[in-house]
Design a protein around this ligand. Structure first.
Ligand code: GAP
Length: 426
């Protein structure tokens, strides 16, 4: 179809457009907004939350549920001060501020009066994994190599939070600590580099804007012996998206933890015989993902503007749409009666809506405004399909399915709708 791309005027306006769309369409709001906002905090509205949940679910499915060597954990956000003293975070997790070092861990008090102790909100989910290493080994008896995965909040008292959800004080991470025999670390480092790239493709991040950068010795976190950062070309510059670190035996040694190497699982990787039954300290490969940066990169990759010239569209008027992959879009389809004052159409539409809602969950009812306005609204939410029930539906059982990206409409039999949508999200 005739489609004219519109170039976004400048880089600042792209961020402004995305921030404004996120507010307008109920994705993301400034934290504490009605009291003037709290810098570095953002609240997630219905559609933003659905998008974020889909991204987290896709991660969990790939890195945990589809594997045999991964164990999940959901550890407490509050952790004892000793954890962070042992790992060097109390000493080293700091940014320069007016010539001094400013520790960016968020400190709090736990308990009352003399019982009160200093505690920290975790600045990385990783330590919740390490402190549960022994529990996981004792409970599940995993054989090397194996990993522990966690999705959860992390907090950093960033000196200058900025760039929307890029640098926040409260954010979310998806992390894996993957335990390997020391001699195998390079192999698994390369392996997870590929896995990370594969997942970025799965959620629709524009790979032409992703660059992997070897982090020089001087710039690495104190616990890392090698780090590769995946950087993304944001409108405000090429900056970190995700990281992959080789943490060696730094954390397990720090927490005085070890592992007794075991005989291999039948069919699994071989164990060097001299290692069986011996205490070793596994080394760690850490793929680390920021959930919020994933959402931002997905939004930036999906944001598009054009001038569709298609029947049922508002001719000649610029439209904004999010070409999100159907597997992560907050809404898979919207269902509308062509006219909301025709009881026969509304009844049929309600029936189809009920069936699709029960099947897919992420389905919405939209009868607000004329059909052109509904398309514009659903385009901005990133809804891949708009289903309209019209007078022909009552005659021949077909509905109009309008495709978000091409703005093309086709008639599909009501009985084929579920199969049609399933084929798009698999
Ligand atoms: N456990 C390793 C670790 O925490 P990191 O590079 O400091 O490493 C991992 O953080 C990821 O967390 C980053 O790649 C980024 O995606 C996300 N992240 C870090 N600081 C953030 C912040 N202030 N706001 C949003 N996301 C952040």
């Amino acid at each position: 179809m005739a489609k004219k791309e519109i170039k976004t005027e400048n880089k600042d306006s792209l961020m402004e457009n995305i921030i404004s769309l996120c507010k307008r369409r109920g994705f993301i709001f400034q934290g504490s907004e009605i009291y003037g906002g709290l810098a570095g905090t953002w609240d997630w509205g219905h559609f933003g939350l659905a998008l974020k949940n889909n991204i987290k679910q896709s991660w969990w499915k790939k890195f945990v549920d589809s594997r045999r060597d991964m164990y999940g954990i959901d550890a407490a956000i509050l952790m004892r001060q000793e954890v962070w003293v042992a790992t060097g975070h109390v000493e080293n997790f700091a940014d320069p501020f007016n010539g001094k070092k400013f520790n960016t861990m968020l400190k709090t008090q736990v308990g009352a009066g003399e019982e009160a102790t200093t505690s920290y909100l975790r600045p990385e989910t990783a330590q919740g994994i390490f402190v549960n290493f022994k529990n996981t080994v004792d409970a599940f008896h995993p054989k090397l190599p194996f990993g522990i995965a966690q999705i959860g909040k992390a907090f950093r008292n960033e000196i200058a939070p900025r760039d929307f959800i890029f640098r926040q004080r409260e954010f979310e991470q998806m992390e894996i600590e993957y335990f390997v025999r020391p001699e195998d670390w390079e192999k698994y480092f390369e392996y997870f580099k590929d896995e990370m790239l594969e997942w970025m493709v799965e959620v629709g991040i524009d790979m032409a804007k992703v660059h992997d950068i070897e982090v020089p010795d001087a710039d690495r976190a104190h616990y890392s012996s090698r780090t590769v950062d995946f950087e993304f070309e944001y409108p405000f510059g090429q900056k970190e998206l995700f990281g992959l670190a080789y943490r060696s035996d730094f954390d397990l040694k720090t927490h005085k933890l070890d592992y007794i190497d075991e005989a291999p699982t039948p069919g699994g990787a071989g164990v060097p015989t001299e290692s069986v039954g011996k205490k070793i300290i596994p080394h760690v490969i850490e793929p680390s993902f920021g959930v919020d940066r994933a959402v931002l990169a997905v939004l930036l990759s999906a944001y598009a503007e054009d001038l569709p010239a298609q029947a049922g569209e508002i001719e000649g008027e610029k439209r904004i749409y999010l070409k999100l992959k159907p597997n992560i879009a907050p809404v898979i389809c919207a269902v509308s009666p062509l006219l909301k004052n025709k009881p026969d159409l509304v009844k049929k539409a309600e029936e189809i809506f009920g069936v699709l809602k029960a099947e897919f969950g992420h389905v919405i009812w939209d009868d607000n405004g004329n059909i052109g306005k509904r398309y514009r609204r659903q385009d901005e939410i990133g809804t891949p399909f708009c289903i309209t029930i019209d007078f022909d539906t009552l005659e021949d059982g077909t509905v109009t399915v309008r495709d978000r990206d091409t703005a093309k409409q086709e008639r599909i039999k009501t009985s084929d709708l579920i199969t049609f949508i399933k084929s798009k999200i698999s």
